[in-house]
Design a protein around this ligand. Structure first.
Ligand code: DMJ
Length: 746
């Protein structure tokens, strides 16, 4: 320590840092206006002459035998009486080194801060202080910059921040560019050197998109806060357990996904039954069927002309329409229409669709999709295209998409999220859903597709996921034997006790029945669940109006709302289809129930001006089967009423169903057909058409397919062999003898 500088007090505190606090030693003296100290290195002296003249004067200090270098140029500080060590007076060959240790008099940080800020400012020359201040400012500034960079790079999800904030990652706001598969893309895509194109001409107003994004960011933010609050209420051990559980699940799934993508096993493709498209013997029926095919041509050709590769068509604006339900996935109409093209014998169009899928159908999208919609339309469409045509590309794409949907099941109960970011695998529920719940009709409408995904991939993971949903449901008490529409995926408990056979509930019941039928009637658990549910529905929801119309009301915590949705009209077909499996005494009853629902829904069409049904109709306030609220008067080309006619026709051959179906064809032609395709209507009670300007993909997948089947012979897609998913995509019954996944290892 002797070699260190000595302050006047005769005691140099440990290096110069201490000078800062050593009774203000140096500052006091500066204040006293003492002359500059002797023994000061030449360079320092020059430095005082001004910043420009500054030259570094290297000043090694020795601490415990090792040298500590001072940055002489940048921290001259007010020169004090501190005595530089003898060594320090010798010129050293280094210009500027770190100012870590020095006295206020010897420069460096200690000198700068101690001398400058600790009090020596007063008595020192302004030139000397400017330098010190600069140094301090430099330090503060560097600290600030470091902090900023730290924030960008080390905050969670910094990549998003960088791409989203700095580079405006929203693809809709970027100019169209050619891009390669991202890091999450599958190896085989990269290996194939595939070039991925963004679709050109994506319509959309940038302002609205920006608004949309801001709203989404706000939403995410609020959700994160809510989740953080929930987490904070948990015990640390619980949080730890949840984290471990989640990690374990992700790891397990990743392992399986990896296995899956090692390559799909070979499958012995079975030639499909009942796809020969014979012309009906009756000439009038033949003509009608040909007319429906012409409608399909009109819808398809306009989509092709104005919206090719985009999700849907705006037939009035003659441009593409993109619904947020599909995130950034493109081509909903192409995938949804595949099997209709196939069964109508539109071979060229089917091939065009196939080529597009091969080249452009991309699931690696950084956007949220509706798990339900993507499943029923995309997975469903691809699966049925595979089963009809045997083309491997459809199986490959279906399984690839199925894998992409698996992270939706990463919830404490295994009940999947409604929304999923297909790239990040992060899921969440609709913000409007009761208590953060998942929706019965959404998580309950995965079963058929996922069973087939396991069948075609040889991997049980898909089946396990949907069977677990059933396990969760079977453990829960059901109010009056009914299934509420809302189920919280975290707690595994029901949300609000609202029950509906229409929106939010509908296809859950449909899939119970069809799971049983598709399993070659071996899945008796599904059968029991279906018939128990139907019994509760009959007791609590089904009513007859004073005019004799049977309808299915909605149940809200024990109170009935006497309203029936267009969506609910599918139930006529469901009851009739299930009749066969009911106890003998009930079979006829269910067939009649189906017929009654069909009649009610036909009335809902017949009582409008357009002869097309409203979105919802009521049985209260003196009306029957009529929409009373303006926001329930629209028709968006929905299929459910025609779907019920199709089942009723196939199961009873009562000609009135063909008559009613033809009425619908005429109404569609008169009111929905426009130059650019088919459009939905805003008000079916109004004499002139107000178009919603959307040609829904389900119009091609369902409405036109069911119409075509009604005017075809029963041996086209016979009901004993094919099960239609809720988007009308036919899947073959999985026969008992084929249950053992008929795969041969590659
Ligand atoms: C279709 O996407 C499906 O039928 C779904 O189950 C309910 N809604 C639409 C058609 O209305």
């Amino acid at each position: 320590m002797e070699n260190l500088t000595n302050c006047d007090e005769g005691l140099q505190p440990s290096l110069c840092r201490a000078c800062l606090f050593a009774k203000g030693a140096a500052p006091a003296r500066r204040a006293g206006g003492k002359p500059l100290p002797k023994g000061r290195p030449a360079a320092q002296t020059r430095a005082l002459g001004g910043l420009d003249a500054l030259e570094p004067a290297p000043q090694p200090l020795t601490a415990g035998g090792s040298e500590v270098w001072l940055i002489s140029g940048s921290a001259p500080g007010p020169w004090t009486d501190c005595q530089p060590a003898a060594a320090a007076t010798e010129a050293m060959p280094v210009g500027g080194l770190l100012p870590l240790f020095s006295s206020s008099g010897c420069g460096g940080l200690g000198g700068g801060l101690g001398g400058g800020l600790g009090g020596s400012r007063k008595g020192s020359g302004p030139a000397a202080f400017r330098l010190t201040e600069k140094f301090v400012l430099l330090l503060v500034f560097s600290a600030f910059i470091t902090l900023c960079f730290g924030a960008i790079f080390f905050l969670p999800d910094s990549s998003k921040l960088l791409s989203g904030v700095l580079f405006h990652s929203n693809p809709a706001l970027q100019p169209p560019v050619e891009h390669k598969p991202g890091p999450g893309a599958h190896a085989e895509d990269a290996a194939a050197g595939r070039v991925w194109h963004r679709e050109e001409g994506v319509p959309g107003d940038a302002g609205a998109i920006l608004e949309d994004n801001l709203a989404r960011i706000r939403e995410n933010h609020e959700r994160a806060l809510r989740e953080a609050k929930e987490t904070l209420q948990k015990l640390p051990e619980e949080i730890q357990r949840d984290i471990l559980l989640d990690k374990e699940k992700v790891a397990q799934d990743q392992l399986r996904d990896k296995e899956l993508f090692g390559g799909l096993p070979k499958v012995d493709f079975q030639p499909p039954i009942g796809v020969e498209n014979r012309e009906p013997a009756d000439a009038t029926i033949r003509e009608k069927r040909a007319k429906i095919k012409e409608m399909m041509n009109h819808a398809w050709n306009n989509y092709k002309r104005y919206a090719w590769g985009l999700n849907e068509l705006k037939p009035i604006s003659k441009e593409g329409h993109s619904s947020s339900l599909f995130g950034n996935i493109k081509g909903a109409t192409i995938v949804d229409a595949l099997d209709t093209l196939f069964i109508m014998g539109m071979k060229t169009e089917f091939q065009e669709a196939k080529s597009w899928i091969k080249k452009y159908l991309d699931f690696n999208v950084n956007a949220e999709v509706s798990v339900f919609e993507v499943n029923i339309r995309f997975v469903g469409g691809l699966l049925s295209a595979y089963y009809l045509s045997g083309e491997e590309i459809f199986r490959k794409k279906a399984v690839e998409l199925g894998v992409k949907l698996l992270p939706a099941f990463h919830t404490p109960s295994g009940i999947p999220w409604a929304l999923l970011n297909m790239k990040s695998g992060i899921g969440r529920n609709w913000p409007w859903a009761s208590g953060g719940s998942s929706i019965l009709a959404e998580f309950g409408t995965l079963h058929l597709e996922f069973m087939h995904l396991s069948h075609l991939s040889g991997n049980p993971i898909f089946a396990e996921k949907v069977m677990n949903i059933r396990t969760v449901l079977n453990k829960l008490d059901k109010p009056e034997g009914l299934y509420p529409n809302y189920l919280n995926p975290s707690s595994g408990q029901w949300g609000q006790h609202h029950v509906s056979v229409g929106g939010l509930g509908d296809s859950f019941y449909e899939y119970l029945l069809k799971a049983w039928l598709m399993s070659d009637k071996t899945d008796t658990e599904a059968k029991k669940m279906y018939f128990d549910a139907v019994q509760a529905i009959e007791t609590h929801l089904i009513r007859k109006s004073s005019g004799g119309l049977t309808y299915i009301a909605e149940w809200k915590g024990g109170l009935l709302e006497h309203k029936m949705g267009h969506l609910t009209c599918f139930a006529g077909g469901m009851f009739a289809l299930g009749a066969d499996g009911a106890p003998e005494a009930r079979a006829q009853h269910y067939l009649e129930l189906g017929a009654e629902i069909a009649r009610t829904c036909h009335e809902s069409y017949n009582r409008t001006y357009m002869k097309l049904g409203p979105e919802a109709f009521r049985f209260d306030g003196g009306v029957e089967a009529i929409a009373t609220r303006q926001n329930e008067k629209y028709y968006i080309l929905r299929p459910e009423v025609i779907e019920t006619y199709m089942y009723m026709w196939r199961l009873t051959h009562d000609p009135k169903y063909r008559t009613w179906a033809w009425e619908a064809v005429e109404a569609l032609e008169s009111h929905c057909r426009v130059n650019g395709g088919y459009s939905g209507l805003r008000d079916v009670y109004f004499a002139s058409e107000s178009y919603d300007d959307v040609q829904q993909s389900f119009f091609l997948a369902e409405t036109l397919k069911y119409l075509y089947l009604i005017f075809s012979d029963d041996d086209l897609l016979p009901l004993e062999h094919w099960i239609f998913n809720t988007e009308a995509h036919p899947f073959p019954v999985l026969r008992e003898e084929k249950k053992e996944i008929e795969v041969k290892e590659k």
